[in-house]
Design a protein around this ligand. Sequence first.
Ligand code: OGA
Ligand code: MN
Length: 194
Amino acid sequence: MFINKLIDSLTSQGWYVWDSFLTLSDIQMIKQCLPKTLQDARIGHRGSLQGNKAIRGDQTVWLEPEMGEPVVHYLDKMEQIRQELNCQLYLGLRDFETHFCRYSKGGFYKRHVDNPKGVSRRKITAVLYMNELWQPNHGGELVVYDQEDNHLFTLEPVAGRMIFFMSEEFPHEVLPTEKNRESITGWFLTEKVL
Ligand code: OGA
Ligand code: MN
C-alpha cells in the first residue's frame, strides 16, 4: 500500500514521491473543470501578501468542490490521506488548502521554504504534476534541498506524480520552464497558530 510507504517515508526522511497518484484521465478531467482565467500567484497565504514576479511567475486558482466531480475526487483522496496521517503520525492536520498552478514559458519559483520557522499552519506540502508530454528539455524541474542547503534531488514534473514533504523542513525551487507547466499544490494545515 502506497499510503504506508508515504507514512514510512515521511517519518524516516520527511518526503515521498508517489508516482501515478492520479491517472491521466483523472488529470485531464480536472483540467476541464478549471476556469480559463487564473490569478497571478502571490507570496504568502491566500493573497495576504503581495505578488512578486521576481520570486515566482506562476498563475493560480484555489480549488473548490463546486468546480466539479473530478476536483471532488482529488479532494476526497487528499481527505483520506489526511485522516490516515492523523491516525498514524498524530500530526493534528485539521484542513487542506489547494490550488492549481500554471507556469508559462520562462516561469520559475526561486528557492524558498513553504512554512519558514513554522510561522503558518502549513505542515505537509503535496504537489501533483499534470504535464503529460513533459520531456527533459522542457525544464521546470523541482529541486529540493536539505536544511543545510545541500542538494537532495531533482524531480521531473511528469503527469500523475505527486511529491509530499514536510513544509517547514525543505527549501526547494522550480527551475525555469520552457513549456507551460501545470500542477496542483496543496498543504495539510495544523490548528490555527496562536
Ligand atoms: C509551491 C512550490 C513546487 C512545484 O507552490 O510552493 O514550491 O514543483 N511548488 O510546483
Ligand atoms: Mn513551495
